[in-house]
Design a protein around this ligand. Sequence first.
Ligand SMILES: *Cc1c(COP(=O)(O)O)cnc(C)c1O
Length: 349
Amino acid sequence: MIDLYSDTQTRPTPGMRAAMAAAPVGDEQSDDDPSTNRLCERVAALVGHKRGLFLPSGTMCNLIAVLVHANPGDELICEDEAHICGTEGAGAAAVGGVAVRTVASRHGVIEPEVLRTAIRPASRTAPRSALLCVEQTTNFAGGAIWPLSTLDAVRDVAHGAGLRSHLDGARLLNASVASGIDAARYAKGWDSVWLDLTKGLGCPVGAVLCGEDDFIEAAWRCKVRLGGALRQSGVLAAAGLYALDNHVERLAEDHQNARLIWARLRDSGLFAFDPEAPHTNILRFRLAETSHPASEFARRCRLAGVRIRAIDQRWLRVTTHLDVSQQSAALAADILVQAAAALSQSLPE
Ligand SMILES: *Cc1c(COP(=O)(O)O)cnc(C)c1O
C-alpha cells in the first residue's frame, strides 16, 4: 500500500528511534527535562518568538491559543476549511465557549478586505471578534502558501481592529522550504505560532507552541488544566530535535514528489486542481468528470494499492511525505490515472 492519506502516516526512522532512546530526560512540568527545553528553545528561535511550549498535538496548540486569546462568548475568524473549524472536535466551542466564524478564501488564503468585512463592530448584541486564525500552509484548502504580503496584511487588519492573531504553522516549514522565506519572517508579529512535529517532520508525537512570555505563561496554565503537562517527555522531544537536524531540507523532495504526481494527473486530462499546481506536499484535486463521489474514487484507489483522502463529496487530497519515495509517487500517480479512467467508463449507481 502506498499511503498518501496524510503526512502523519510516517514511521520514526531508525536514526530517530536511536535519538529517542539516548535522550537525556527529567520532569517536563518542572522545567527539568533538558531535551524538551532544548526543543522548545530551538523551535522558538526558528519561528522568531521568545519561548516555546511542548504539547502532545497541534490540536492542543490551537485549543490553548483559543483559550488564551479569547473569552467565552467571543468569536474567532478562520477560513471555511480550516482544521480548527472542522477537524478538532469543535474544541473552541466545546471547551472555550468561543464561536467560530468562517470566511471565504481562495485555496485557504483570505483577502484582507474579506477579513475586514467579517470583523464585527463592537455592539451589545454581536459576539466580540477576538481572534484571527490562519494556516501556513493551508491544509484541506490545498497546501497553498500564503504570499508573505497577504499574510502580513491580514495580521495588520486583525491587530488594527483589536483582534489577536494566531498562526497555525502545522506545515510552516514546508512553506519556508518551498519559498525560501524564513519561518521567523512568516511568523513575525503574530501573537502565537506553532509547528507540528508529526507532519512532514516525521515524529511520532508532539508540537511546539510559541509566543512571548505572557502568552506562554498563560498557555502553561491551560496545558496543565487540559492534562497536557508531561513528565520525561525528552524521549519525544529528542525525535523533534532529530527531525529539525535531518528532516527539514528534505521536505523539498516531498514537494517534488507532489509535483510529479500532479504532472501525471494533469497530463491525463481526467482531473482538475485547486490550487492549479501544488505549492508544497499537498495536492488537492477532483475528477474532471464529477458524477461519482470522491469517496468512491478513493475506495477504488485503495483497492488498487494507493490510499488517498476524500476531503468532501468532490475534492480529494494526496499528501507526500518521508515514507513515500519518488518511485512510489510515480507508481501511485499511474494507479490514480488508471482508476480515474476506469471510473469514467462506469455509470454511478
Ligand atoms: C494536523 C493539523 C492540525 C492538528 O495537528 P495534530 O497534531 O494532528 O493534532 C492543525 N492544523 C493543521 C493545519 C493541521 O494540518
